[in-house]
Structure formats: structure tokens, C-alpha cells
Design a protein around this ligand. Structure first.
Ligand code: ADP
Ligand code: MG
Length: 378
């Protein structure tokens, strides 16, 4: 997907208010009706049409009809815009350069921040392909709230950032996290290549051991990568590995921890055999080697990415088979389904500075009382 950085420059305050209002309205409405947009944007009802038309023309929003009314929804470009606006205000993104990766669930760009240093912007794009089995996972969501691509992509970015921070703080070889907003994370640009692209190495046994040690070290810290493979391991020129891509990480206390652990180990064994003709009788086993000594899994949970969000994201990822190693165990113990925090009370930040975070819920409270007429869009 192209990222139109230029759109950032040509946006009036009113356009931005309308776009933000649609984002906020989306928390309770799959399709946001015009009167609600007017209310949330604090613009006159008659006045918003011009801005809506403009945003549709720029392909930042789309109009859609439900059985009850015509309304509007954000599309990815609009959500990108809002995130980039916030990141650029914070100085984390000043310019967007080449796209260096396009995955099933992300777009990756080289960017530069205000400090002119290059970095990587990863835009999470869950649900880009489809929302296949989401209906089966409705239990994890409120009845009036369908799991939207926007919400799931944001959760995915929040989770990846939370794990990257904790792993980086504890000296694991991962990119340095720089910033996160909505579905985007900014991280260090690594001078390294995916293991997948490496045809030959001097000592496959050495790298093999390093990678297995990494799996074990993670487990000793209470964590399993869950997608530990040649796509998500980058190799520096000096041969050292760096681990990326964390949205599917799980705790070693997860009901299917052993399955995920063994799958990570098997991915490496299979790849080394196929690519380098290297086989070893030595490989870690969950029962023997995954003894937890430190609880980074608990630290991540304390970092603001809640257990409920974790459960929702996991359910979605399983149903969509997100990740490169895309087989998942069939049974999955249902975790306690706590009530979602109420977002009936929605808020518009007066200073036009909404960055989608909880901090924005301070000023100008607007009660949205017609959340019940939300329609499903999948
Ligand atoms: P996805 O979730 O789509 O698999 P990844 O995080 O695995 O996304 O990144 C996809 C590709 O982008 C990687 O294989 C790598 O080539 C490149 N990439 C990702 N992060 C970085 C980074 N910090 N520095 C350099 N390249 C990166
Ligand atoms: Mg990946």
C-alpha cells in the first residue's frame, strides 16, 4: 500500500476535525452517521458535507450504507494519516522514504525523524485480506462492537511495541523501539538481512546454537516468540542474529505454550536442514528447557497492554492465522471474558490534538447515547 505523505501537508483544520470525529465515532459505530460526525467535530451539521466530500475524494474515508442510514468510515489511508500526524507532531517521523517490506499484515517504510536519523515505520494491517472467522470469536467483543481492522491493527502495534520495549530493556537482540501510535510503530533501522535471504554461512552450527539459546533465554524470561523463523530473524554482517516481529508472542504460561515453543524450535531445525544441510541431535524441549526464572510476560502485562487486549488479539490472530508460521492448535482454553471498559463516553480533545490515546479522554466529554444502532460490517 502506498503511503501518501503529501496528504499530510494539504489538510485543513476542519478536515482533520472531521477525520478525527469519524475515528472516534468508529469506537461505537461501524458506519458513523453524519449527525454524530457534526457533533463530535463541533462543526455545524450543514457545514460538514464539504469536508466529508473532500475526504472521500482523497480516499481517506469511504461512505457506506447500512440498512438504517448512510454513514462514513475510515479507510486505511485515513488511519495512516491520523497516526502520521501524531508521530510527526512528536518528531518521530519527519519524512517517509522507501517501502522496504510488505507483509501479509504490515507495510514497512524507511523514515527519518526530526533528528534526521533514519528509522523504520511499521504499519500494522490486520484484516487486510479478510475477516474470515471473526464471527466465531464474537465472544471476545461486545455485541455492539465488531472487531474492526482498525482496532485489531492498533492492538497488534501496541502489543509489538510493549514487547519490543521490555525485550530491549532486558538486553535481547531486538530493534530499539522509538515510538508508537495507533497501528504504527517506529523502531531502529537495522543494518541486517533476513535469514531467509542468506544462502551460505561459515558456521551454521554456531548460528543454530545461538538461535536455540535465544529461544531458551526467552522462555526462561517467560516468553515464546511464536513466529520464530527465517523471515523474522535478521542477520547482521558480523553474523549475529536480531529478532523482529512480536505481535504473536505468548507467555510460557499460555495454555498452548508447549505447542508454540516446539513450533519455534522446529522452524529453525527445518530451515537449517533444508538450507544449510545442518542437523543436530541437540535442540531444546519445552518440558526440560523452558523453566521460567524471570517474568517478562508479567512485565509486559503491566506495561499497559492488558490481558483482555491480549486475549482479543490472540483470538483474532488464531481465527485469521496471522503470522508466517500459520498453523495454530485447535483447542484454546477460553480465558475469562471480563467486561470491556466503557467507551460509551466518547471525547473530543478541544485542542485538535487527538492522538488516539487514553490521555485524550480529558476534555469536552460528549455522551453518545445511540450506540445500539451500530451495524455489523463483515
Ligand atoms: P510482518 O509482520 O509483515 O512479517 P516484519 O516485522 O516481520 O513484518 O517485517 C517485515 C520485513 O521488513 C522484515 O523481514 C525485514 O526485511 C524488514 N524489517 C522489519 N523491521 C526492520 C527493521 N527494524 N530494520 C530493517 N528491516 C526491517
Ligand atoms: Mg515477519
Amino acid at each position: 500500500m502506498k503511503l501518501d505523505a503529501k496528504a499530510l501537508r494539504y489538510m485543513s483544520t476542519e478536515d482533520f476535525r472531521v477525520l478525527t470525529a469519524i475515528e472516534i465515532g468508529s469506537r461505537n459505530h461501524d458506519i458513523v452517521p453524519a449527525p454524530l460526525i457534526a457533533q463530535l467535530s463541533r462543526l455545524r451539521s450543514g457545514g460538514i458535507n464539504k469536508f466529508i466530500t473532500d475526504l472521500i475524494k482523497r480516499k481517506l474515508i469511504a461512505s457506506e450504507s447500512s440498512s438504517k442510514y448512510v454513514g462514513y468510515k475510515l479507510v486505511y489511508a485515513g488511519y495512516d494519516y491520523l497516526a502520521l500526524k501524531t508521530l510527526s507532531k512528536r518528531g518521530s517521523v519527519a519524512s517517509v522514504g522507501n517501502q522496504i517490506g510488505v507483509g501479509k499484515e504490515s507495510d514497512i517504510f524507511v523514515i527519518a525523524g526530526d533528528n534526521e536519523e533514519q528509522a523504520v515505520l511499521k504499519l500494522h494491517r490486520l484484516g487486510r485480506l479478510s475477516f474470515r472467522n471473526v464471527k466465531n470469536k464474537r465472544d471476545y467483543f461486545r455485541p455492539d462492537q465488531s472487531p474492526s481492522w482498525m482496532y485489531m491493527s492498533r492492538l497488534s502495534a501496541m502489543k509489538e511495541y510493549a514487547f519490543m520495549q521490555v525485550l530491549h530493556q532486558h538486553g535481547f537482540p531486538v530493534p530499539k523501539p522509538i515510538d508508537q501510535n495507533r497501528h504504527c510503530i517506529v523502531m531502529e533501522l537495522l543494518d541486517a538481512h533476513p535469514l531467509r535471504q542468506i544462502e551460505k554461512i561459515g558456521e551454521p552450527g554456531k548460528l543454530y546454537s545461538e538461535l536455540m539459546d535465544l529461544i531458551v533465554r526467552l522462555a526462561k524470561h517467560g516468553l515464546i516468540h511464536g513466529d520464530f523463523n527465517e523471515f523474522n530473524i535478521l542477520i547482521r554482517d558480523d553474523g549475529s542474529p536480531i529478532l523482529i516481529d512480536f505481535p504473536q508472542m505468548v507467555s510460557t504460561s499460555h495454555a498452548n505454550a508447549e505447542f508454540y515453543f516446539n513450533r519455534d524450535v522446529d522452524c529453525i531445525r527445518t530451515f537449517f536442514k533444508r538450507r544449510f544441510g545442518y542437523e543436530s541431535v541437540l535442540y531444546p524441549k519445552f518440558a526440560l528447557d523452558a523453566n521460567k526464572e524471570f517474568d517478562l510476560d508479567v512485565q509486559v502485562a503491566a506495561s499497559g497492554f492488558t490481558k483482555k487486549e491480549q486475549t482479543q488479539l490472540e483470538a483474532f490472530m488464531e481465527s485469521e492465522q496471522v503470522g508466517d508460521s500459520n498453523t495454530t492448535p485447535h483447542s484454546h482454553d477460553e480465558e475469562e471474558d471480563e467486561d470491556l471498559p466503557s467507551d460509551e463516553e466518547i471525547v473530543y480533545a478541544d485542542d485538535n490534538d487527538n492522538d488516539g490515546s487514553e490521555d485524550d479522554r480529558e476534555t469536552g466529554r460528549v455522551n453518545e447515547d445511540d450506540a445500539s444502532d451500530s451495524d455489523d460490517d463483515d
